[in-house]
Design a protein around this ligand. Sequence first.
Ligand code: HEC
Length: 194
Amino acid sequence: MMTNRKLLGAAVVHALLVVGCRSRAAAPPAAEGRGEPVAAAAAAGHPADELARLDPRTPVPLQPMMAWHQKQNMMEHLVAIQRITDGLAREDWEEIASAAALIESSPQMQQMCQHMGAGADGFTELALDFHRRADGIGEAARARDGAGVLRATATTLQACTGCHAAYRQEGVDAATWQARTGATHDPAAMHGGH
Ligand code: HEC
């Protein structure tokens, strides 16, 4: 239950955030007091650029299709974790093993991670380490070891949060991606074909 004091606290925090954002937006002197919307917009910059400046994580350059593909993978990762915890609560070992298979190591997974991380040092290594940690979930499930499933899931989640703390997507066009990775984008490679 939310007390009045908590509500008040939340309102104050919100107000501070709004004021903070406003004063930052008004900071460039060129945009002040002249009533020139175009100049103001130019000084504030594009919202996507502003977001990129606020976010200190290492950018992973990706073409839009790759970025969307990565987001789909990520959503699938979270569904796998959800299914694993649900399976564990019911001691449904087959469900746990089949959900874990979505995030386990495989040659296709390796190829995908190399492709996604081609423009960001260290990203692919973290990704492969994540999949190796996830391998332990299926192993524990097949041994019907509930505590082992939990431990391997926790270790896997550490890899999720570690990578999220370190990297973010950066949408780039094909020419920029090629320049930053020295590679060409082969959509077939993303689907395990070659
Ligand atoms: C090797 C790096 C890495 C690992 C490991 C990783 N992620 Fe991510 N994840 C990312 C990046 C990069 C993004 C995009 C962040 C951004 O929007 O800039 C992301 C985004 C997400 C998103 C948001 C997707 C969306 O719709 O925008 C979810 C959910 C997510 N990850 C779940 C997971 C889960 C769950 C795991 C582990 C089971 C995991 N990720 C492991 C790198 C990683």
